[in-house]
Write a protein that binds this ligand. Structure first.
Ligand code: GMT
Length: 377
């Protein structure tokens, strides 16, 4: 089939939706499609040149008449320009707000009839969809799309319940780059971090926002630490970080909690970790859970959103009720103290990634949608 020209709109900075948008773009570009990113800055994975990937910057002047510079309108304007200058076949929008609305507007400005695919990632529905000031706009963006996808079945259902769009929503799971996320040799990393070879390691990776519920991670770890020697690695950065540092001091476990900030060596950090704690209050998918599975690390996650679709309870990890710190610690200890069970879960996790979340399969699902949105199916 002919190769397509696809305009991609996403948040280019670190974040799960940006990771998925850029990984998908890299894989599509390798399949010969032209990927045109229309974003406020260069997406973070594109620091090295990739053939077939182009960047069209959205800029906006801060005129004094604007209380808020209208980024959404500037984005629509740039989308219209790129539709015309590059002869795009379709747009793929990641995260509905404001991208789906800007895409619809840009398409209209260009008097174009190209298809728009909108992929919902999570809080664009599970937080913004509940906001009366935005709900109609989210619904409008979805109804103006040609195809809408959600990254989990749970998000698909919640979108129907909350937004009630007139368009069908299809589930396409997230994926990871298996060439990056697999079991690697961490070298001397464990000792470099001053962790004794006999100490167990619990890891949590997130953007340190309130929905990640990091206090439960720290409190659950404290319960584990009261039974065995262990360290908690907290990876990432965000608004809750300072409060979490205060909490570890208050709980008197600061010697065993290591804040490492944002790191590029996640496969190595996962290689020295025994389990992941991911006890979110909201989570449409949980990309880090998939990264952990691919590196052989079982997770303890909450029964929230799409988490139970990634963690198969009692098979590749454990799912516990949200807020149940005792059970999170208990399940964590079960894995940390039972080598055979840990090995079984770790093996099962690798099979989950190969089966349900295989990147070639998922990229094909998106490619089929691309042809459908371009009117070629
Ligand atoms: O919705 C967000 O909080 C931001 C978004 C992002 O850009 O990282 O995260 C969501 O999308 C990820 C990729 O699809 C999912 O893995 C995350 O579960 C989801 N976050 C939430 O639902 C809180």
């Amino acid at each position: 089939m002919r190769k397509l020209k696809i305009g991609v709109i996403c948040y280019p900075s670190l974040g799960g939706s940006g990771v998925v948008a850029t990984e998908l773009g890299i894989m599509m570009a390798k399949r010969g499609h032209e990927m045109h990113y229309i974003t406020s800055s260069m997406p973070f994975r594109f620091d090295e040149a990739h053939p077939n990937i182009y960047f069209h910057e959205v800029t906006i002047e801060g005129y004094s008449v604007f209380k808020y510079p209208p980024y959404d309108i500037a984005l629509a304007n740039r989308i219209a320009q790129v539709i015309e200058s590059e002869g795009l076949d379709l747009l793929h929008v990641h995260y509905a707000m404001p991208h789906a609305v800007s895409a619809a507007l840009g398409k209209d400005m260009a008097s174009s009839d190209i298809g728009i695919i909108t992929t919902l990632h999570g809080t664009d529905v599970t937080i913004l969809g509940y906001d009366p000031g935005l709900k109609n706009t989210v619904r409008y963006g979805l109804n103006k799309s040609t195809i809408v996808t959600a990254v989990s079945e749970s998000l698909r259902q919640e979108t129907i319940e909350i937004i009630n769009p007139s368009i069908e929503i299809r589930t396409i799971y997230n994926f990871i780059d298996e060439k990056k996320y697999h079991q690697v040799n961490p070298g001397t990393l464990k000792s470099d971090l001053h962790i004794h070879p006999d100490e167990k390691v619990v890891i949590h990776i997130s953007n340190f926002r309130e929905v990640k519920n990091i206090p439960d991670v720290i409190k659950g770890f404290k319960k584990i630490r009261s039974k065995i020697k262990a360290k908690l690695l907290l990876i990432g950065d965000g608004p809750e970080k300072q409060k979490m540092k205060v909490l570890t001091r208050k709980l008197n476990i600061e010697a065993d909690v290591v804040f490492l900030g944002t790191r590029a060596d996640l496969p190595e950090l996962l290689a020295i970790s025994d389990i992941m704690f991911h006890l979110s209050e909201k989570e449409a998918f949980g990309l880090v859970l998939l990264e952990a599975l691919a590196c052989g690390v079982p997770s303890i996650g909450t029964d929230i959103g799409g988490i139970p679709e990634v963690i198969e309870d009692g098979v590749n990890g454990f799912v516990v009720p949200f807020g149940d710190i005792d059970m999170a610690a208990e399940k964590g200890l079960l894995l940390l103290q039972n080598k055979e069970l840990h090995e079984t879960f770790s093996r099962n996790g690798l099979l989950t990634v190969k089966g349900k979340f295989s990147s070639p399969e998922i990229v094909l699902q998106y490619e089929n949608l691309y042809y459908e949105a371009a009117g070629e199916k």
